[in-house]
Design a protein around this ligand. Structure first.
Ligand SMILES: *[C@@H]1O[C@H](CO)[C@@H](O)[C@H](O)[C@H]1NC(C)=O
Ligand SMILES: *[C@@H]1O[C@H](CO)[C@@H](O)[C@H](O)[C@H]1NC(C)=O
Length: 265
């Protein structure tokens, strides 16, 4: 390692330690957009763009773990993504299987930081080999309790909300007589896939690559208190320099709120 890159690493670690001393978000969600445009821009194949996207995920996850963010949720594959070309879907599924097997291995990233992996979505739509890799990865990390990674795949918010309402009706309404008052914001919230795995409220939502829509991700979870950031960087290029201003914004907001509520009381 050159002196310059050594210094750069030391400075990054120092910066992360300083940031981690301030208020840290409990839950950050990433809509990892722009792999395909990144590939086009750099003259690579689409599959290489997705692979670069996976390395970005590892990098960002490591940063979040050093910051002691308790929960990270990422949008890996939407139910609509099955409409892409069979070759691309196939490549994405192979990548998912390979990386799931790699990511939870002993000594690898999730193990190192004590991260429990949850895969959220309609898993029955995944090919059997991927389902098996999901089960293995979830099983291997089941007892990790320092942080949580929710990998949404294949997921859409509409499906998540519909499933939640369905299970409120199934478990609530008919078990003790038909009582429509059981269907309320709290019971639906309690039955969301994220809630069922104990995810804290969403503090920051980040979408990369300049698209300014939620596109079926965390539509229920994005509330009044969620800081929503749409940034231009393509996901494979996303890193510390993108995350730091977002975190500083968050810390400023928390400190301002603290002062306001202190004055009010
Ligand atoms: C999940 O996908 C399967 C297979 O397409 C489908 O039969 C099922 O209805 C879906 N589940 C939900 C809860 O939508
Ligand atoms: C339904 O639940 C509400 C609140 O728990 C209660 O006040 C009401 O009497 C219940 N109605 C029926 C028909 O059980």
């Amino acid at each position: 390692m050159s002196l310059f890159s050594w210094l750069q690493t030391q400075l990054s670690l120092l910066l992360l330690a300083v940031l981690a001393a301030g208020p840290v978000p409990r839950h950050v969600a990433f809509e990892m957009d722009g792999n395909r445009r990144y590939a086009r821009k750099s003259g690579k194949r689409v599959e290489e763009g997705h692979t670069a996207g996976f390395y970005a995920l590892r990098r960002v996850l490591e940063i979040c773990m050093r910051l002691k963010v308790g929960c990270v949720t990422v949008y890996a594959f939407s139910i609509e993504n099955f409409n892409r070309s069979p070759a691309e879907v196939d490549a994405l599924m192979k990548l998912a299987e390979e990386k799931l097997r790699e990511i939870s291995r002993h000594g690898a990233l999730l193990d190192k930081y004590g991260v429990r992996l949850n895969v959220l979505g309609n898993k029955s739509l995944l090919p059997p080999a991927v389902q098996a890799a999901v089960e293995e990865a979830e099983g291997l990390t089941r007892h990790n309790n320092k942080a949580v990674l929710n990998l949404c795949m294949p997921y859409t918010s509409r499906h998540e909300i519909t499933t939640a309402v369905e299970s409120v009706v199934r478990h609530g309404l008919f078990s003790d007589g038909a009582n429509v008052s059981k269907i309320n914001e709290q019971t639906i919230d309690d039955h969301l896939m994220t809630s069922l795995v104990g995810t804290p409220p969403l503090d920051i939502f980040i979408r990369t690559s300049g698209v300014k829509r939620l596109s079926g991700f965390m539509q229920w979870q994005c509330c009044e208190h969620t800081q929503i950031q749409m940034i231009d960087t393509y996901w494979p290029d996303f890193g510390l320099s993108d995350l730091v201003p977002i975190l500083l914004d968050y810390q400023r907001k928390v400190w301002t709120m603290g002062r306001t509520s202190a004055k009010a009381s």
